[in-house]
Design a protein. Structure first.
Length: 222
């Protein structure tokens, strides 16, 4: 059975795409893209030699997949791929990878990003780039709910998959709990309470509280 996180990422890939799977790990996403026939070419990358060797072994039977050893998008040329997938990394690292290779990024038509944390950093980077979030989804794996962001240039406006996801209520609830724990810790310090960080945190809590209330009327708790 395909991992729900990998499946959610795969579902954003357009048929016939040339895909870069950055930090491919064992190559499960690359293999899924190859076996499904969605991608005509996949470049699966790993930065370190031991993961690269494991990746190369796993994809050896798939002629559509090429393994490359190197750092982020630096080992790709502009125009080599249509779609860039970066999954399973922190938001700060994903932002760094994208920022360091502007020519490769700007030659792509689609970015599919799945941060393990720090999604806000990616959203900020996208807001300042030529890409705009065209769709979002949620996937649960190992009891953790992950955000998957799909960004394109001049996307068609539509309702995001995320808004119809049965995981949305649970995701909002988990996010609220996490932020409120941080707020509780900050409230132990008068300096922290008077900081801009605290104000921003409270604003996000208020927004999520409002969003959570709206969705709780239409989405049943899981």
């Amino acid at each position: 059975m395909t991992d729900s996180r990998i499946n959610a990422i795969k579902n954003f890939v357009r048929a016939g795409s040339r895909v870069a799977d950055i930090g491919a790990d064992h190559g499960y996403l690359s293999i899924e893209l190859a076996t499904s026939g969605l991608a005509t070419k996949i470049i699966a990358t790993e930065k370190n030699i031991h993961p690269f060797e494991a990746l190369s072994k796993n994809i050896s039977g798939f002629k559509q997949i090429e393994a490359r050893l190197g750092d982020g998008l630096k080992i790709l040329s502009a125009g080599e791929v249509d779609t860039i997938c970066i999954a399973g990394m922190g938001g700060a690292l994903i932002e760094k990878i994208l920022s360091e290779s502007p020519e490769v990024v700007n030659s792509a038509r689609q970015l599919i990003l799945q941060p393990m944390n720090g999604a806000k950093k990616i959203r900020t980077w996208l807001a300042e780039s030529d890409f705009e979030i065209s769709d979002e989804d949620l996937a649960e794996s190992g009891g953790i709910i992950y955000e998957i962001l799909c960004a394109e240039k001049n996307p068609i406006k539509k309702t995001f998959k995320r808004e119809k996801s049965p995981l949305l209520w649970k995701f909002l609830n988990q996010r609220l709990e996490k932020l409120k724990k941080v707020r509780n810790e900050m409230e132990k310090s008068s300096t922290a309470i008077n900081s801009e960080k605290y104000s921003a945190l409270q604003a996000e809590i208020d927004a999520l509280d409002k969003n959570h209330s709206c969705h709780s009327n239409s989405i049943s708790p899981i």
